[in-house]
Write a protein that binds this ligand. Structure first.
Ligand SMILES: Nc1ncnc2c1ncn2[C@@H]1O[C@H](COP(=O)(O)OP(=O)(O)OP(=O)(O)O)[C@@H](O)[C@H]1O
Ligand SMILES: [Mg+2]
Length: 283
């Protein structure tokens, strides 16, 4: 089972659009896919046509009430695509879990109990680096960071990378950045080209070859409760997410080839233990 977290705590980066449409493209290719909606805004849930207030149980019950995950996972109208839905009550999970031992790995432990044989799990995260996102980081081994091609795109990325590093060091050594995805790209805008250049300078070959172009159909599809492939199968959005799915399906096998060095080794300056060691040496 490949577990992929789609994370950028900067709001509106394209997390949800990517989780839904990439997940659907991979399901379309014949793989069993689970989408985990860890965002109390429930956008992934809504995007797939569910009305959260009409749902029974949600990810909240799995995290807080220890409900078995298989009792909450639902099939969607898309073949091969299931969802662990979200509801607004998930917003209080962060506070309610505060005194729970192992609160940062509740999702991982719950997923282990699933009897479903999913081949791909995609986790949509809220725009924050709180406990819900931390649970995504400890559950996922591969992280995709969507970056919107706009002015403030790279702000806050250092914090995200540090957090991934700390999780990899302390809880989940397998966690690594699988790829950085440029979203909402418009080749006519100079700012987009600048962001792409800066992102490539920073992340090198970790940046996916596929960029998701700005495409109004991607923004319209959620209000119809449809994936881009149902709503506008011949749009740029559909084309781009299918192309991205191919890159993902090629998978970790290509990791070495793509990066020249396997899972990303983050700059040592991000490594907190190294920083502490250096401090001690100096003193
Ligand atoms: N490639 C695209 N072209 C045009 N619009 C897009 C594209 N990708 C996403 N959008 C739109 O941009 C907005 C933000 O995207 P999305 O909801 O996927 O981001 P997010 O990171 O999940 O945001 P949030 O922080 O609210 O969870 C949405 O209205 C979405 O429909
Ligand atoms: Mg979202």
């Amino acid at each position: 089972m490949r577990r992929i977290g789609v994370i950028n705590q900067k709001g509106g980066s394209g997390n949800t659009t990517t989780v839904v449409n990439l997940g659907a493209a991979i399901a379309e290719a014949g793989h069993k896919v689970l989408l985990i909606d860890l965002d109390p805004q429930a956008h992934t849930t809504i995007h797939l046509g569910f009305e959260p207030f009409k749902l029974g149980k949600s990810a909240y019950d799995v995290l807080v009430n220890e409900t078995h995950i298989d009792d909450v996972i639902m099939e969607t109208h898309v073949k091969n695509l299931s969802i662990l839905p979200s509801k607004i009550e998930l917003a209080s999970a962060e506070i309610e879990l505060v005194n729970t031992i192992g609160r940062e790995i509740v999702l991982r432990e719950a997923l282990k109990k699933s009897k479903n044989s999913f081949q791909y799990v995609f986790i949509d995260c809220p725009p924050s680096l709180g406990l819900l996102t931390l649970n995504a980081l400890t559950t996922a081994t591969e992280i995709i960071i969507p970056i919107q091609a706009e002015f403030f795109a790279l702000e806050g990325l250092t914090k995200l990378i540090q957090t991934i590093q700390i999780v990899a060091e302390r809880i989940n050594p397998a966690t690594h950045i699988f790829g950085v995805l440029i979203t909402m790209f418009d080749k006519r805008k100079n700012i987009c080209k600048e962001v792409v250049e800066k992102t490539q300078n920073h992340f090198g070959k970790k940046v996916f070859k596929t960029m998701i172009r700005e495409n109004v159909k991607l923004a319209e599809a959620p209000s119809f409760g449809q994936t881009i492939f149902e709503f506008a199968d011949r749009s740029h959005g559909a084309e781009d997410y299918r192309k991205l799915a191919k890159e993902i399906l090629k998978g970790d096998k290509d990791e070495k080839e793509r990066t020249g060095k396997g899972p990303i080794k983050l700059d040592k300056s991000h490594n907190t233990r190294n920083k502490q060691k250096e401090k001690r040496k100096k003193s």
